[in-house]
Design a protein around this ligand. Structure first.
Ligand code: PLP
Length: 365
């Protein structure tokens, strides 16, 4: 049997008619950028996240970059961020000339709240939280620390659409919830797309201006902006998917529970779930000290897996000028060496999953 790490067309087929109707509606409308579909999606997604405002953007990266910029953070400023995140989180900081200050993750792969305060300096301007792999970060202590130090919190929710901490949805804690709708995300579009959600009107207005060349009124450019507009086609398709997101997340939880119940191998560590947090299982990430051998073995058996992520940002080639040595963030580096993301996707069959489980259980070092 062949099991891919991701299969995107099954979710398309599930709602094919709705997607096709939405796409044709846009194609026939004669209006393709910043129109009614974007406005509707923004309203619906703001409601989904329990926030007052949503601004649709080009990508999750732009949501991060523009959030940092809208807070006035730039050269000489520091932003606290976890050491084991995707490069985009860090680019959101460095694209503005600001400096990331890395803090190690906890056993749930999220920012370790107990290590934040020792990283705060006079230059710290924000805390960036990533709800990695779909599980909510430890938001209670994080928000408490942020409040005490009067630091804004930016949430990278690119992997956590709908995940909650203590019943409160991720993206609703900080000043800014940054979302990506890249096709593989739980709420994925059919191309690139992203959004910022917030309750702060001035912040929303600023991002809204920035995404459209810094103008509120066409050709009156108040600030130096960018082009980061969400297009009508993606917005219309996202509206379809958003309606079904609760059941899609539910399905992933069922798939994750099956892995958790079925995988039994002393060489494999299963993901831990934080109490009071839930996960939408954007990824189901196991740990194995013989990760390369396991991945090769699975590959030989037709099972595709992925590594999120093989190189932590502080060791990335693009940041080599920082001169941060290997060993500087041992937990992030250990995760980079041991994590493996199993196949998990909408429409994954029980047979496919059982095959993966059987092969995992038969793995010997
Ligand atoms: C996908 C992702 C992003 C970037 O989103 P894009 O839409 O690809 O720009 C940022 N942060 C995390 C954690 C992601 O997984």
């Amino acid at each position: 049997m062949q099991v891919k790490c991701n299969v995107l067309d099954r979710q398309f087929q599930m709602y094919q008619q709705e997607y096709e109707e939405a796409a044709l509606r846009v194609l026939r409308s004669g209006w393709y950028v910043l129109g009614n579909e974007v406005a509707q999606f923004e309203e619906e997604f703001a409601a989904f996240t329990g926030r007052n405002f949503c601004v649709g953007l080009n990508s999750g990266l732009d949501a991060l970059i523009l959030s940092v910029r809208a807070l006035g953070i730039g050269a000489g400023d520091e932003v606290i961020v976890q050491s084991n995140t995707y490069i985009a989180t860090v680019l959101g900081i460095t694209e503005n000339g600001a400096t990331p200050v890395f803090v190690e993750p906890d056993v749930y792969f999220n920012l370790d709240a107990s290590k934040i305060e020792e990283a705060i300096t006079a230059r710290t301007k924000a805390i960036m939280v990533v709800h990695l792999y779909g599980q909510a970060s430890n938001m209670e202590p994080i928000m408490e620390i942020a409040k005490r130090h009067q630091l804004p919190v930016i949430e990278d929710c690119a992997q956590s659409h709908g995940a909650c901490f203590n019943g409160k949805i991720t993206g609703s804690f900080g000043i800014s919830g940054c979302f990506s709708f890249y096709p593989t995300k739980n709420l994925g579009a059919f191309g690139d797309a992203g959004a910022v959600v917030t309750d702060d009107k001035a912040f929303a207005d600023k991002i809204r201006m920035m995404r459209n060349y810094g103008s509120r009124v066409r050709y009156y450019n108040e600030i130096e902006g960018v082009n980061s507009r969400l297009d009508e086609l993606q917005a219309a398709l996202l509206r379809v998917k958003l309606k079904h997101l609760p059941e899609l997340n539910q399905e992933r939880n069922i798939l994750a529970a099956r892995y958790t119940k079925g995988i039994c191998n002393k060489n494999i560590q299963l993901p831990k779930l934080r109490s009071h947090a839930d996960s939408i299982y954007h990824q189901y990430v196991i740990q194995c000290s013989q990760r390369e051998a396991l991945q090769t073995y699975l590959q030989e058996n037709g099972i595709q897996t992925q590594i999120h992520y093989p190189i932590p940002p502080h060791l990335a080639e693009c940041y080599k000028d920082w001169g941060i040595p290997k060993g500087a963030f041992p937990i992030a580096e250990q995760y980079a060496n041991e994590v493996l993301s199993l196949p998990i996707y909408t429409g994954m069959t029980e047979d496919e999953q059982q095959y993966v489980i059987d092969k995992l259980n038969a793995f010997r070092r």
